[in-house]
Design a protein around this ligand. Structure first.
Ligand code: NAD
Length: 480
């Protein structure tokens, strides 16, 4: 294998795609072979024999058996096991971060940052394992007391997106674990190897405590394994991260059986830049938010809503900064933008640019497919800035690529109206030095998103605060 870190993570050239968690929990799956392609050079990394219907049954039944014991273990003891998972992840931070980069294309610092989030949420969960408080209430009946007690739900299905291939699993699995739940993970078919690596890393902890079935993995198509999970009454909660389109399907199917969902779906995040804003600060935040992870974060900045009087200066300076972004192999030091995840993302971005053009949009820079020396089959594109009007229809869609729209406004009420006039509601930001604007933005009549930032960009999440969005972003909350 071309990369040393693959063997450190137990990745072989052909891997099985289902496990109940322990080191001998891998099932000899016999579904279709799935080849994982690196967006860096368009070349295969390794392949996975996907799970079939029989493997699915084995995993679910094992999880059901494991749940019966796991839920009886005291929560602080479950917390201790989660602590050891956090510890072992610390040892593998670098190779796992590198694999995230290789399989998904985000730069190495971001790949490692993602693993750090896994470690952080493990720490958070350990603390939480001693804080599963409930209220006590005075009863209106004599000689009675009332109290709330949190009970585990059972099996939790965790369906994850390609762009945070490992962190999102831990956001769900670590919290579920301390609550006494067991998780079954179905990762994106674009990033199966990172999921296999995570299971390999945590297997020694599972072996040590003999808790096979608490953290399971099923790799298979959304239309097969995913559908089986969302239709399965043995799984009372499905936590799904992905596109709004898939989220609607999952919400409908799970809702029909009155199961529960946590839906973390698409965003269309904007920054309002007012006439008095610190422009340098706003430009830095925009660059980081729109170009970081090649525009493939759910919280990526997709729209700048800027006061007319400062628009031109902002655009000129931003375009200059865009041209200086080092684009290349995300495993190399000094590179700030890697590839997008697949060829389709390039096609979708170029199609969005064309649609915006048809509605009078003006391309300021970027949007060309790049052919990099030695990485000719990789999926690289130059990040684009487009000036459009607020009512341009494509602006209301989430294009999962480094495409930023600039929309000008004249008065602040218009800015807020444009800001909220999209179906999604994940993250938002305002750059201003005016307290009145700031307070209006943060009030219930301001940003309609789950996350509202002031003088800091839209992207990024901290595990200490509840993360999630409103409207078509699904209403789910994860972490704090
Ligand atoms: P996607 O919707 O294509 O896939 C998400 C997951 O759903 C994958 O594991 C996929 O296999 C699975 N799936 C597909 N069909 C299914 C079905 N019928 N039943 C069950 N599962 C099914 O998303 P993606 O392209 O991997 O990720 C990008 C999207 O995710 C973007 O829209 C982004 O904004 C969103 N996202 C949101 C958040 C958030 O927290 N709000 C975080 C990360 C990504």
């Amino acid at each position: 294998m071309k990369y040393d870190f693959l063997s450190k993570l137990g990745i072989k050239s052909v891997n099985y795609g289902a496990t109940t968690g322990s080191s001998d929990g891998w099932l000899k799956t016999n579904g279709n072979e799935l080849v994982s392609i690196s967006p860096i050079d368009g070349q295969p990394i390794a392949s996975v024999i996907q799970a079939g219907a029989q493997d699915y049954e084995v995993v679910i039944e094992k999880a059901r058996i494991a749940f019966k014991e796991w839920c009886m273990m005291p929560a602080p003891k479950r917390g201790q096991i989660v602590r050891e998972i956090g510890d072992i992840l610390r040892l593998y931070k670098e190779p796992l971060g590198e694999l995230v980069t290789l399989e998904m294309g985000k730069i190495k610092a971001e790949g490692m940052g993602e693993v750090q989030e896994m470690i952080d949420i493990a720490d958070f969960a350990v603390g939480q394992s001693r804080m599963l408080y409930g209220l006590t209430m005075h009863s209106e009946r004599p000689r009675h007391r009332m109290y709330e007690q949190w009970h585990p739900m059972g099996l939790v299905g965790v369906i994850t997106a390609f762009n945070f291939p490992v962190a999102v699993w831990s956001w769900n699995a670590m919290i579920a674990a301390i609550c006494g739940d067991v998780t079954i993970w179905k990762p994106s078919s674009i990033t199966p190897l990172t999921a296999i690596a995570v299971q390999n890393i945590i297997a020694p902890v599972i072996d040590k405590y003999n808790i096979d079935g608490v953290f399971s993995l099923l790799i298979g198509k959304g239309s097969e394994i995913g559908e089986a999970m969302i239709n399965d009454r043995r799984i009372p909660l499905i936590s799904m991260t992905g596109s709004t389109e898939m989220g609607i399907r999952i919400g409908e199917v799970v809702g029909r059986r009155l199961g529960k969902t946590i839906l973390e779906l698409g965003g269309n995040n904007a920054i309002i830049v007012t006439e008095d804003a610190d422009l340098d600060m706003a430009i830095r935040a925009t660059l980081f938010g729109a170009v970081g992870t090649a525009g493939q974060r759910c919280t990526s900045t997709r729209r700048i809503i800027i006061h007319k009087s400062i628009k031109q200066k902002f655009v000129d300076n931003l375009a200059k900064a865009y041209k200086q972004v080092p684009i290349g192999n995300p495993l190399s030091d000094g590179v700030l933008m890697g590839p997008v995840v697949e060829k389709m993302a390039i096609t979708a971005m170029q199609a969005a640019i064309e649609k915006a053009r048809k509605h009078g949009g003006r391309l300021i820079c970027g949007g060309e497919r790049l052919t990099l020396k030695g990485l000719e089959s990789g999926f690289y594109i130059s990040p684009a800035i487009m000036e459009v009007s607020g009512d341009c229809p494509i602006v209301k869609e989430e294009t999962f690529a480094p495409l930023l729209y600039i929309i000008e406004y004249e008065n602040f009420d218009d800015a807020l109206r444009i800001h909220n006039n999209v179906p999604q509601g994940l993250s938002s930001a305002i750059f201003t030095t005016n307290l009145h604007y700031e307070e209006q933005f943060l009030s219930h009549l301001g940003s309609d998103c789950g996350i509202a930032n002031v003088n800091i960009g839209t992207s990024g999440a901290e595990i200490g605060g509840a993360f999630g969005g409103e409207k078509e972003t699904g209403g789910g909350r994860e972490s704090g």
